[in-house]
Design a protein around this ligand. Structure first.
Ligand code: F6R
Length: 639
């Protein structure tokens, strides 16, 4: 992957190696931080070039999660490298309608919070569609917005995100290529995606004002950002599919100077990434062979051991045939590789040959440290494996990284407060808690006491679940990492204090196994920050001798699952174990029945987890392996 801030990594359109599948220039970075820095650098360069010519720089700007790091970097460039915005004029893409400017949900608020309040832009140069314009004046207002852009000579640069509907701005499916700025009804999927920050879909506005497709396409330069695996399908559709009003972002195929800036996860479905053998000659290493053979088996609906030379040739894998010669040799090699990932002994099997097992035999009793970003990810994502580790005699510790307090609703908190009050009617703190909860009208403005109560509720749900699975109380650790404790959706950046908490616990336990959430698709980013803290801690501890004897395993499950070719350890579950896992998840009562942070999947966590575990088992069976009820999957992290 390209991750260097060099011109090679960011060639302008026209000079890129087009594949026969791709219709839009795109660049893939290791992560969103790297990609955002490069985009911010391009914007900064444009502003400076214009300054040198005494010209205005007209920027089209987007909101949402995608551009946040670009704005952070622009603010840094302003503070540390003297980048001035005095010659900058901005036009934002859109605004919800109706929407007062001062609302925390307004794009007006967002832009000031993330960019305008921190740079020297002239207030009169800021243009954001106004969500308070009376309906009767909307048409004229929108025409005037386009005219104003024209009067500035058009947009020099347009920054875009993309919605899962394929919208750019709020140009939802059905938008016409010639559309100008206008009033538009939001697609239900767009409203679902916005629901967490509005605390429920019923609070999300139904309409918006958006810059039109024509307005966007007239920009001299366009950069679209997409991060994370939830964007992968729409990115593939937009870059490789036909141009259609059903996916408005495909209109960008017509624009001669557009670049999509992606991270690895968002690029995952592109043909050249997912199945590179269909695009070019490949260097066939063990990993690529496994990935391609699993894919071939899924395409042909044949088990691995039944694949023939004809299949390999018909599906663009003749290069592999040429290299390896014999299909049966490849089939057996890959079959064995997958077979060796399966183990009912996630902590290693005592007195058994461990040459081909995912875990070592010794020591027989291992110290295991399971990190869980929220108090429930442990049982949701690896409840079956946790159960086995305990019953197979390992010393299992669980560390809950955050309190998870904001995911407890006020109604749930009130219920618990009322129970305490029943037993302690004289307790003034509880009485105040009840009044505060009853009077509260703003969702994310919990008092410290309310937050503490909510955290305690989650803590005790976790303790109950682990009691059921047989984990002793002294092995349960609540880290309450400070980055999370803002009482709001937006978290603080990861600090040394956060990393130290994780690091100190690892150093104290000296685990033989660490399990961590590698589940980076959670909608509010906490899992990613929690994993970054673990990676940083492991990096610092690497020189310690106990780390030579420690293996790190990454689990997924709450939001998505590892692909079969990525799995290094597959722990099967019997039907009874599936039920035990379900019961353990049920102890997390406040996270049932339409939780606040549902993400893209409307199903409850236990349903999602069971379905994913069952799907993994089906996939293994279809490849020709044993037929299990469910499988939990892990990928090894090498440090
Ligand atoms: C925002 C906008 C939208 C977003 C898109 C992606 O001004 O116009 O098109 O860019 O909905 O949103 P995020 O970045 O939050 O995934």
């Amino acid at each position: 992957m390209q991750n260097k801030l060099s011109s090679i990594a960011y060639q302008p359109p026209g000079q890129f190696e087009e594949t026969r599948y791709e219709k839009i220039h795109n660049v893939i970075f290791d992560n969103s931080v790297e990609g955002s820095k490069v985009v911010a650098a391009e914007i900064a360069q444009l502003i400076r070039d214009k300054q040198n010519k005494n010209e205005r720089c007209v920027l089209g700007l987007a909101t949402g999660s995608s551009p946040i790091k670009v704005y952070e970097e622009l603010v840094r460039l302003h503070n540390e490298e003297g980048l001035s915005f005095q010659n900058v004029v901005t036009f934002n893409l859109d605004e919800y309608y109706p929407m007062p400017k001062e609302s925390i949900h307004s794009y007006h608020y967002f832009m000031h919070q993330h960019l305008f309040d921190h740079v020297d832009i002239k207030p009169e140069n800021i243009n954001i569609p106004d969500g308070t314009v009376p309906k009767s004046e909307l048409i004229n207002y929108c025409i005037a917005y386009d005219k104003k852009i024209e009067s500035y000579g058009g947009l020099d640069f347009q920054l875009l995100g993309i919605g899962r509907t394929g919208h750019i701005g709020f140009n939802e499916p059905g938008s016409h290529i010639n559309s100008g700025t206008r009033f538009i009804t939001l697609d239900p999927l767009t409203r679902t995606d916005a629901a967490p920050s509005f605390l429920g879909i019923e609070n999300v506005p139904r309409a918006a004002i958006t810059m039109g497709i024509k307005t966007i396409l007239q920009a001299k330069r366009i950069v679209l950002l997409a991060w994370g695996n939830s964007k992968a399908p729409i990115i593939k559709r937009t870059i490789e599919g036909d141009m259609t009003s059903d996916v408005p972002a495909t209109y960008l195929q017509k624009h001669p100077n557009t670049t999509f800036v992606l991270d690895e996860e968002a690029s995952m479905e592109l043909t050249r990434i997912k199945t590179p053998w269909l695009v070019k000659d490949c260097k066939w290493d063990k990993e690529l062979i496994k990935k391609s053979v699993v894919w071939l088996s899924q395409q042909t609906d044949k088990s691995v051991l039944k694949l023939t030379e004809k299949d390999y040739n018909a599906y663009g894998m003749s290069g592999l045939m040429a290299q390896e010669g014999d299909p049966y040799h490849i089939n057996i090699q890959v079959f064995n590789q997958i077979q060796h990932t399966i183990t009912g002994w996630p902590g290693g099997k005592p007195n058994a040959d461990d040459t081909y097992r995912p875990e070592r035999e010794k020591p027989h009793q291992k110290r295991v440290l399971i990190f869980s970003p929220h108090p429930d990810d442990d049982v949701i994502s690896m409840g079956g494996t946790l159960d086995r580790l305990v019953s197979q005699g390992h010393e299992v510790h669980i560390a809950y990284q955050t309190s998870g307090s904001i995911a407890v609703s006020d109604e749930q908190a009130l219920k618990f407060a009322e129970i305490i009050f029943k037993y302690q009617p004289e307790n003034k703190t509880v009485k105040k808690l009840i009044t505060d909860l009853q009077l509260k009208d703003k969702p994310f403005e919990d008092t410290i006491e309310i937050r503490r109560l909510k955290a305690d509720i989650r803590r005790h749900e976790a303790i109950a679940a682990l009691r059921y699975l047989g984990v002793p109380k002294e092995n349960i650790h609540f880290l309450d990492m400070p980055f999370y404790e803002t009482g709001a959706i937006k978290k603080k950046p990861l600090s040394q204090e956060d990393i130290d908490l994780v690091q100190d616990l690892i150093a104290q336990i000296k685990p033989h196994q660490i399990f961590a959430a590698g589940d980076l698709a959670d909608p509010h980013g906490t899992h990613k920050v929690c994993l970054d803290a673990i990676y940083a801690a492991i990096d610092n501890l690497k020189p310690e001798s106990f780390m030579n004897d420690c293996r790190v395993w990454l689990y997924r499950g709450a939001w998505h699952e590892w692909d079969v070719h990525q799995i290094d350890m597959a722990v099967p579950m019997s039907p009874d174990q599936v039920l035990r896992k379900r019961k353990a998840i049920f102890f997390h009562e406040t996270q049932k029945d339409g939780v606040m942070f549902q993400g893209n999947d409307p199903r409850e966590f236990w349903v999602r987890a069971e379905d994913r575990n069952r799907q993994t088992a089906i996939k293994y069976h279809k490849l020709g392996l044993a037929d299990y009820a469910a499988i939990e999957a892990f990928k090894r992290y090498y440090f």
